[in-house]
Design a binder for this molecule. Structure first.
Ligand code: ATP
Length: 474
């Protein structure tokens, strides 16, 4: 697979512009829209779902199909609650929250301190944060009264009940990460998938977190999707496997057309490390405006924390027998984790561009263009018969079928309205190529291919087009 780079757009994207385009064109809508919405929930529309599927399919092909050492899993969202006791989530998966006694708003204490005082308190204890809060006596961000409570830890797992009666039913959690299922099924996979350390288990799925902080569009959601790998290695090879995964994650970003310019790798300090981690780096992305650098992906060395706790809690032997070394051990686990929604968000931010162009009459107008990499763009091409005339539409539909057959890609078809306006629509939704069928096509059996990024046009015979498109999106 070649790693073609998309032309670098100038950074005109703002979260507001991208969110507006997403709603206008059917990428992402506010959740429960006709009921006034529900904070931090968003729904992917006809184009958004295609972008998201392309991201997930490409990820799966890259890390599962193209490798011999990673196998897939699709586990239940609901698991035995003991899983979350053993993993440490019941005791420790919490955020420090403060409430306003006057207006009842709730805020993350660490974010409040970071935003208002510029102090990074990640990894600090609740008591330490409370000392900072007491000293600063900050006003509520909503009502302005200085009536904030002390910070308290608030568990972020959603709970529900199995069984008809809430009181007597089994209390279960909606998973807040996909990772645990990979540890729980590790033994079954070892027994059935003929894998040997080093090997990985990959999963893509929905997870749920009771997030309080306002969301910044699809950056912070209550339910979102993760693409995660648990990569099991010999303990003394964990450090070098970690470095390999830093490189793999960078390569993935390049594959989807994200350049290094707005990406940095940040090492967690000792006090910031999660309860299970020996080393963590965040892949951070420079979001526009006040958001700045924020976590995009994470990479952690989870050591044998999870396997040893599940071994202890379940009583099952989870050691691995290494035939080469003729000994048993608990593997260490390197975990690269990729948020699907944050991936879609940065792809849209990276792709969004505006440029001044002159129309046929010389009038200058703003062209909004989504320069999405053809690999992830929802429509790979649009077929546009110049006019809605049977002799043209017949050729157009034949071409549509031929491209579909060759590439299995999603192709748009649009026969209404003036051609300039149809091009603009395709620019704005990120379709890389427009194929125009005109009256000359009936003689030369060729079409005009218009490139979204530089608006250049070339003529190509209809017979060649399907294979050409296939190469552009490979
Ligand atoms: P943050 O510090 O932003 O809350 P986190 O450190 O809690 O993130 P992880 O637990 O490492 O995140 O989750 C793995 C990945 O899942 C993140 O790198 C991110 O891409 C994604 N992610 C985490 N929380 C959310 C959320 N609320 N909405 C959307 N994606 C998320």
């Amino acid at each position: 697979m070649t790693d073609v780079k998309t032309p670098r757009p100038t950074r005109v994207a703002t979260m507001e512009k991208v969110a507006a385009l997403c709603k206008r064109r059917g990428y992402v809508y506010p959740g429960s829209d006709i009921y006034g919405g529900l904070a931090n929930t968003w729904d992917y529309g006809p184009l958004g779902i295609e972008l998201k599927r392309n991201v997930k399919d490409l990820w799966w092909r890259t890390f599962v199909h193209r490798r011999r050492d990673i196998v897939g899993l699709d586990a239940s969202i609901l698991m035995n609650p003991r899983v979350w006791e053993a993993s440490g989530h019941v005791a420790g998966f919490s955020d420090p929250m403060v409430d306003c006694r006057t207006c009842k708003s709730r805020f993350r204490a660490d974010h409040l301190i970071e935003e208002r005082l510029g102090t990074n308190v990640e990894g600090k204890s609740t008591a330490e944060m409370n000392a900072v809060l007491a000293e600063a006596n900050l006003p509520c961000q909503v009502c302005g009264n200085r009536t904030l409570t002390e910070a308290r830890q608030f568990n972020m797992m959603f709970q529900t009940t199995i069984g008809p009666v809430t009181e007597s039913g089994l209390k279960v959690y909606l998973r807040p990460e996909t990772a645990q299922a990979m540890f729980i099924q590790y033994k079954n996979i070892l027994a059935t998938a003929r894998v040997k350390v080093p090997f990985g288990i990959a999963q893509i799925g929905k997870v749920f977190r009771n997030e309080i902080t306002p969301g910044n569009f699809i950056f912070r959601l209550l339910e979102f999707e993760q693409m995660e790998i648990e990569f099991f290695v010999k303990p003394d090879e964990a450090a070098s496997a970690f470095e390999t995964w830093v490189a793999e994650m960078r390569a993935w970003l390049r594959l989807i057309g994200v350049e290094d310019e707005y990406v940095r790798v940040r090492e967690h300090g000792k006090e910031e490390l999660s309860h299970y981690s020996d080393r963590t780096v965040d892949f951070e992305y420079l979001f526009p405006g006040a958001m700045g650098w924020k976590e995009l992906y994470g990479l952690a060395n989870r050591t044998d924390f999870d396997l040893s706790h599940h071994q202890e809690t379940s009583g099952e032997d989870l050691t691995y027998f290494d035939q080469v070394e003729n000994r048993r051990y608990l593997p260490y686990v390197i975990e690269p984790t990729f948020g699907v929604d944050r991936t879609c968000l940065i792809l849209l931010l990276e792709a969004y561009d505006e440029e001044e162009v002159a129309d046929v009459n010389g009038k200058v107008e703003t062209r909004v263009v989504l320069r999405l990499h053809p690999r992830v763009a929802p429509y790979k091409a649009a077929i546009l018969p110049l006019m809605k005339k049977p002799e043209l539409t017949e050729v157009a539909w034949r071409l549509f079928d031929a491209i579909q057959e060759k590439t299995a890609a999603l192709i748009d078809y649009d026969e209404t309205g003036n051609i300039g306006r149809r091009y603009r629509r395709q620019d704005e939704i990120g379709t890389p190529f427009c194929l125009t069928v005109d009256y000359d096509s009936l003689d030369d059996m060729a079409v005009t291919i218009r490139d979204r990024d530089d608006m250049s046009q070339q003529r190509m015979t209809i017979a060649e087009v399907p294979e050409w498109i296939r190469q552009q999106i490979a």
